[in-house]
Design a protein around this ligand. Structure first.
Ligand SMILES: C[S@@+](CC[C@H](N)C(=O)[O-])C[C@H]1O[C@@H](n2cnc3c(N)ncnc32)[C@H](O)[C@@H]1O
Length: 248
């Protein structure tokens, strides 16, 4: 995971995701779940380049972000000078004070590729929540995503940001031999200049998609009770969003 979202990739990510994701809608979606659970202090994990942070800050909420990538955090800090962002790993972190809600947004759970990663993460979340605290997170649904990648060997996404046209071509290797339905994701990033593609970055990562049953079992084993399961389509993936309460 060492070079994940580092250097140039952080800036390319930020530019492209402004097109892919409607962050106003994303904020409204997550904030509704936070309000339903009367959570006043919020930690967002995988806070990325701080697009949700901006909305939480504009609404004067008690928000902090945590991300693994220093370069993503640098962009988030530039965007949100009032917000606190910490470099950390969701598998092992300790906040100064526990919070009422922890969000893991933007399918960042895909980077928890082993069962050990999952158990360590849920254990850390448990320890950093107040009593009656909730976790809210999404994950890519394996039952829908794996057939989709079989039927679409190259998946193209286009974005336009600050008058630059971007293209991302993704290939998801589902050779079925990897443990835990991990996938090898190769992505080529291009800019489109005078109708011609110019390569700007090649990226490779190993990611994991989950079945709903797996997630239910991980939560049970790590002392969380599911209170809501939402079937949600995002720009490229069918996901589930889970709201789960800390069991005492
Ligand atoms: C797909 S991006 C999502 C960013 C943001 N939530 C959004 O929707 O724009 C995934 C983020 O998860 C972060 N991440 C991956 N593994 C992590 C870990 N173990 N602990 C904390 N953050 C992690 C990456 O650095 C990256 O910023």
């Amino acid at each position: 995971m060492a070079n994940l979202y580092d250097g140039k990739m952080a800036a390319i990510y930020d530019a492209m995701y402004q097109t892919f994701v409607d962050y106003d809608e994303e904020y409204a979606f997550y904030n509704k779940l936070i309000q339903e659970n009367k959570a006043s202090s919020i930690l967002e994990i995988g806070s990325g380049t701080g697009n949700l942070a901006k909305r939480f800050d504009q609404n004067n909420q008690n928000y902090q972000g945590l991300d693994y990538s220093d370069d993503m955090i640098a962009i988030a800090r530039q965007r949100n000078s009032n917000c606190s962002f910490t470099q950390g790993d969701m598998r092992d972190f300790k906040l100064e004070n526990p919070v009422d809600a922890i969000l893991i947004t933007g399918r960042s759970t895909s980077y928890l590729i082993t069962n050990n990663d999952m158990n360590r993460t849920f254990d850390s979340l448990h320890k950093n929540l107040n009593d009656d605290g909730v976790i809210i997170f999404d994950f890519i649904d394996a039952n829908r995503f794996i057939p989709f990648t079989k039927e679409n060997p190259i998946i193209t996404h286009e974005a336009k940001y600050e008058n630059v046209n971007y293209i991302r071509e993704s290939h998801w290797d589902t050779n079925n031999s990897l443990e835990n339905f991990m996938l090898e994701w190769t992505a080529q990033y291009y800019t489109l200049v005078d109708g011609k593609k110019e390569i700007i970055e090649n990226d490779f990562s190993t990611v994991r998609v989950f079945t709903l049953n797996e997630i239910q079992l991980f939560l049970y084993l790590n002392n969380f009770d599911i209170i809501k399961t939402i079937d949600r389509k995002t720009y490229a993936y069918d996901t589930f969003v889970i709201v789960a309460k800390k069991r005492k």
